[in-house]
Design a protein around this ligand. Sequence first.
Ligand code: 5GP
Ligand code: ZN
Length: 112
Amino acid sequence: MECIFCQIAKKKIKADIIWEDKDVIAVYDIDPKAKVHALIFPKSHLGKSAHEKKVGLALKQIFSAIRIVAQRTGIDKTGFRVVTNHLKDAGQTVDHVHFHLLGGHSLGRMCD
Ligand code: 5GP
Ligand code: ZN
Protein backbone atom coordinates (compact mmCIF):
# COMPACT_ATOMS: atom_id res chain seq x y z
CA MET A 1 0.00 0.00 0.00
CA GLU A 2 1.40 3.37 -1.03
CA CYS A 3 1.72 6.02 1.66
CA ILE A 4 -0.73 8.89 1.68
CA PHE A 5 1.75 11.42 0.25
CA CYS A 6 2.64 9.08 -2.63
CA GLN A 7 -1.07 8.81 -3.35
CA ILE A 8 -1.44 12.61 -3.28
CA ALA A 9 1.58 13.01 -5.58
CA LYS A 10 0.04 10.55 -8.05
CA LYS A 11 -3.34 12.32 -7.79
CA LYS A 12 -4.98 9.16 -6.45
CA ILE A 13 -6.12 11.21 -3.45
CA LYS A 14 -7.40 14.73 -3.93
CA ALA A 15 -5.45 17.55 -2.32
CA ASP A 16 -5.39 21.30 -2.63
CA ILE A 17 -2.19 21.76 -4.63
CA ILE A 18 -0.32 25.04 -4.21
CA TRP A 19 2.60 24.33 -6.50
CA GLU A 20 4.40 21.40 -8.09
CA ASP A 21 7.15 20.57 -10.50
CA LYS A 22 8.28 17.16 -11.71
CA ASP A 23 9.98 16.24 -8.42
CA VAL A 24 8.29 18.15 -5.60
CA ILE A 25 4.71 19.00 -4.65
CA ALA A 26 3.22 21.44 -2.14
CA VAL A 27 -0.34 21.06 -0.83
CA TYR A 28 -2.40 22.60 1.94
CA ASP A 29 -2.49 20.47 5.08
CA ILE A 30 -5.88 18.83 5.62
CA ASP A 31 -5.78 19.75 9.33
CA PRO A 32 -4.19 23.23 9.36
CA LYS A 33 -2.34 24.42 12.45
CA ALA A 34 -1.96 27.98 11.14
CA LYS A 35 -3.78 30.25 8.68
CA VAL A 36 -1.33 29.07 6.05
CA HIS A 37 -0.21 25.49 6.55
CA ALA A 38 1.45 23.85 3.57
CA LEU A 39 3.16 20.50 3.24
CA ILE A 40 6.10 20.20 0.89
CA PHE A 41 7.40 16.79 -0.11
CA PRO A 42 9.15 14.89 -2.90
CA LYS A 43 6.83 13.12 -5.33
CA SER A 44 8.72 9.85 -5.09
CA HIS A 45 8.59 7.95 -1.84
CA LEU A 46 11.37 8.69 0.64
CA GLY A 47 10.80 6.99 3.96
CA LYS A 48 12.97 6.76 7.07
CA SER A 49 15.15 4.07 5.51
CA ALA A 50 15.80 6.07 2.34
CA HIS A 51 19.34 6.45 1.05
CA GLU A 52 21.12 9.49 2.48
CA LYS A 53 22.17 10.79 -0.94
CA LYS A 54 18.59 10.72 -2.20
CA VAL A 55 17.39 12.55 0.90
CA GLY A 56 20.13 15.16 0.46
CA LEU A 57 19.06 15.89 -3.10
CA ALA A 58 15.40 16.02 -2.09
CA LEU A 59 16.16 18.48 0.72
CA LYS A 60 17.75 20.89 -1.75
CA GLN A 61 14.70 20.71 -3.99
CA ILE A 62 12.30 21.02 -1.06
CA PHE A 63 13.99 24.14 0.30
CA SER A 64 13.88 25.78 -3.13
CA ALA A 65 10.20 24.89 -3.28
CA ILE A 66 9.57 26.35 0.18
CA ARG A 67 10.69 29.78 -1.05
CA ILE A 68 8.30 29.57 -3.99
CA VAL A 69 5.40 28.32 -1.86
CA ALA A 70 5.96 31.11 0.70
CA GLN A 71 5.64 33.62 -2.14
CA ARG A 72 2.58 31.91 -3.63
CA THR A 73 0.79 31.87 -0.29
CA GLY A 74 1.75 35.48 0.46
CA ILE A 75 3.78 34.84 3.61
CA ASP A 76 7.27 35.48 2.25
CA LYS A 77 7.28 39.10 3.49
CA THR A 78 5.51 38.63 6.83
CA GLY A 79 7.39 35.49 7.83
CA PHE A 80 6.91 31.80 8.34
CA ARG A 81 8.12 28.73 10.18
CA VAL A 82 9.38 25.50 8.63
CA VAL A 83 8.99 22.34 10.68
CA THR A 84 9.69 18.68 10.23
CA ASN A 85 8.56 16.00 12.65
CA HIS A 86 11.05 13.15 12.69
CA LEU A 87 10.00 9.80 14.15
CA LYS A 88 7.90 9.14 17.20
CA ASP A 89 9.13 11.67 19.76
CA ALA A 90 8.21 14.44 17.33
CA GLY A 91 4.85 12.82 16.58
CA GLN A 92 5.57 12.03 12.94
CA THR A 93 2.51 10.40 11.37
CA VAL A 94 3.51 10.01 7.72
CA ASP A 95 6.75 8.18 6.86
CA HIS A 96 7.55 10.17 3.73
CA VAL A 97 10.04 13.06 4.03
CA HIS A 98 8.04 16.28 4.32
CA PHE A 99 8.21 19.79 5.70
CA HIS A 100 5.43 21.91 7.17
CA LEU A 101 5.36 25.59 6.16
CA LEU A 102 3.37 27.67 8.64
CA GLY A 103 2.46 31.34 8.59
CA GLY A 104 -0.20 33.95 7.97
CA HIS A 105 -0.14 35.41 11.51
CA SER A 106 2.16 35.68 14.51
CA LEU A 107 3.25 32.17 15.48
CA GLY A 108 4.83 33.06 18.81
CA ARG A 109 8.40 32.25 19.61
CA MET A 110 9.78 28.77 20.02
CA CYS A 111 13.23 27.34 20.65
CA ASP A 112 14.11 30.03 23.22
P1 5GP B 1 3.42 14.66 10.35
O1 5GP B 1 2.43 14.37 11.44
O2 5GP B 1 3.99 13.37 9.78
O3 5GP B 1 4.47 15.64 10.73
O4 5GP B 1 2.61 15.39 9.20
C1 5GP B 1 1.64 14.77 8.42
C2 5GP B 1 0.65 15.82 8.05
O5 5GP B 1 -0.13 15.34 6.97
C3 5GP B 1 -0.34 16.19 9.17
O6 5GP B 1 -0.22 17.58 9.48
C4 5GP B 1 -1.71 15.86 8.58
O7 5GP B 1 -2.72 16.78 8.93
C5 5GP B 1 -1.44 15.84 7.08
N1 5GP B 1 -2.29 14.95 6.32
C6 5GP B 1 -2.62 13.66 6.64
N2 5GP B 1 -3.42 13.15 5.68
C7 5GP B 1 -3.59 14.13 4.75
C8 5GP B 1 -4.32 14.18 3.52
O8 5GP B 1 -4.98 13.24 3.08
N3 5GP B 1 -4.26 15.34 2.83
C9 5GP B 1 -3.55 16.43 3.26
N4 5GP B 1 -3.57 17.52 2.50
N5 5GP B 1 -2.85 16.40 4.42
C10 5GP B 1 -2.88 15.27 5.14
ZN1 ZN C 1 5.33 7.94 0.12
